[in-house]
Design a protein around this ligand. Structure first.
Ligand SMILES: NC(=O)c1ccc[n+]([C@@H]2O[C@H](COP(=O)([O-])OP(=O)(O)OC[C@H]3O[C@@H](n4cnc5c(N)ncnc54)[C@H](O)[C@@H]3O)[C@@H](O)[C@H]2O)c1
Ligand SMILES: CC(C)[C@@H](O)CC[C@@H](C)[C@H]1CC[C@H]2[C@@H]3[C@H](O)C=C4C[C@@H](O)CC[C@]4(C)[C@H]3CC[C@]12C
Length: 351
């Protein structure tokens, strides 16, 4: 944790603070935000690791709560200087209903905004997603992210209790990877089940932008600080999250970490034709729908994951650097080493 001569006087709130990204944001704030006096971690499911954080100079307050419950959100926000709203449903496998996704991603965000207005919190950072620019499959969870992002940006400038303006911005990560990434964990365990092999389904030519979780967390910490210092410039803005991670297909990128841990990507001589993959994906979606009353069937391959896997995502921007001096904290080599170390730790626990 950072030691600093700066006076510790600020209260931050991180919603979704026990999630994959949220935990990294919490730890990054404790390490690199010297003005913190209290860090509130709000989540539906609190992690046991929070206990280890309560020994430092910053008061870490764990709050078990639901962003869809306005009164719970208002109680958590009251008195916070900054809110980082990372709670959300990343549901690429169709586990949650569209109603639940809307309640969490849209109504939950409305509750956070209204809590800021009612209690006088002036600075709000929203963790959006690069999907808000497509391919938006109407009704799919990331379609809801676009609605939530728009609410946050439209709230910029609203008067909060005390008469000062609310200052908001949104960060748009692409596919985040790193320690704690559940989908990477799923791929790893699938590979173990298949005797150390993963089978290519996507052409290597379909390149994806990925970003290391530590750099996304760092961008959150930096922009939260700049919202106050440069409200006129940063308020109401969106920033794509980026770093030096290479562009590769989703499967090839995963092999950067799974390969050194003993898995190999089997190059099937003939890739299954796209129409066959689409047919299998829709059959999976039909099966999921038929079985829903009985059990949750949520395979990797569905129309959304196939569409996303076959969509090239590239991000070319330096806006975060220009507006608030963002530079990746972790190089590609460091990000890769840290992620491999995490997969290896899973390897140890899987044996
Ligand atoms: N993982 C990615 O690749 C990625 C990429 C871009 C954007 N994002 C966004 O980043 C944010 C965090 O994503 P993540 O990958 O860490 O997902 P995650 O599921 O690991 O974390 C989300 C957290 O929010 C909490 N949460 C969910 N519903 C809640 C509710 N009703 N009330 C309170 N807490 C609730 C969950 O318990 C979880 O801890 C999300 O908003 C997501 O849309 C993720
Ligand atoms: C079964 C195969 C088709 C297999 O390759 C499917 C992989 C699939 C689980 C991923 C392929 C593309 C991923 C998404 C993409 O990297 C971008 C994203 C943006 C981010 O905002 C959230 C996560 C995600 C939607 C990411 C999720 C996993 C994939 C769909």
């Amino acid at each position: 944790m950072a030691e600093s001569t700066e006076v510790r006087k600020l209260v931050y709130l991180v919603t979704g603070g026990c999630g994959f990204l949220g935990e990294h944001v919490v730890r990054m704030l404790l390490q690199r935000e010297p003005r913190l006096s209290e860090l509130r971690v709000f989540d539906l499911h609190l992690g046991p690791w929070l206990e280890e954080l309560k020994t430092g100079p910053v008061q870490v307050t764990a709050i078990q709560g639901d962003v869809t419950e306005a009164h719970e959100v208002a109680a958590a926000v009251a008195g916070a200087h900054v809110v980082i709203h990372a709670a959300g449903l990343v549901d690429v496998f169709g586990r949650a209903s569209p109603k639940t996704i809307h309640e969490v991603n849209v109504q939950g965000t409305k509750n956070v905004i209204e809590a800021c207005v009612q209690t006088g919190t002036r600075f709000l950072v929203y963790t959006s997603s690069m999907e808000v620019v497509g391919p938006n499959i109407k009704g799919h969870p990331f379609y809801r992210k676009a609605q939530a992002e728009r609410l946050v940006l439209e709230a910029n400038g609203r008067e909060v209790r005390g008469g000062l303006p609310l200052v908001t911005c949104a960060l748009r990560p692409t596919g985040i990877y790193g320690e704690g990434h559940q989908i990477m964990r799923d791929f790893y365990h699938q590979g173990l089940r298949l005797g150390g092999r993963l089978f290519r389904a996507i052409p290597a030519s379909v390149e994806h932008g990925r970003v290391y979780v530590g750099n996304v967390a760092w961008m959150h910490v930096l922009v939260a600080r700049e919202l106050e210092r440069r409200a006129a410039l940063v308020g109401g803005q969106v920033y794509f999250c980026y770093d030096e991670s290479p562009y590769k297909s989703y499967e090839d990128f995963n092999m950067e970490f799974l390969g050194p841990c003993g898995l190999r990507l089997v190059e099937t001589r003939l890739l299954a034709p796209y129409w066959l993959l689409m047919l299998l994906a829709f059959l999976n979606a039909l099966l999921q729908w038929l079985l829903r009353p009985l059990l949750l069937y949520a395979p990797l391959l569905n129309p959304y994951t196939l569409a996303m896997a076959n969509t090239t995502f590239t991000v070319s921007t330096d806006k975060a650097q220009r507006h608030f001096g963002y530079e990746p904290l972790f190089s590609w080599e460091d990000s890769r080493t840290r992620t491999i170390r995490w997969v290896r730790a899973m390897e140890g626990s899987a044996q």
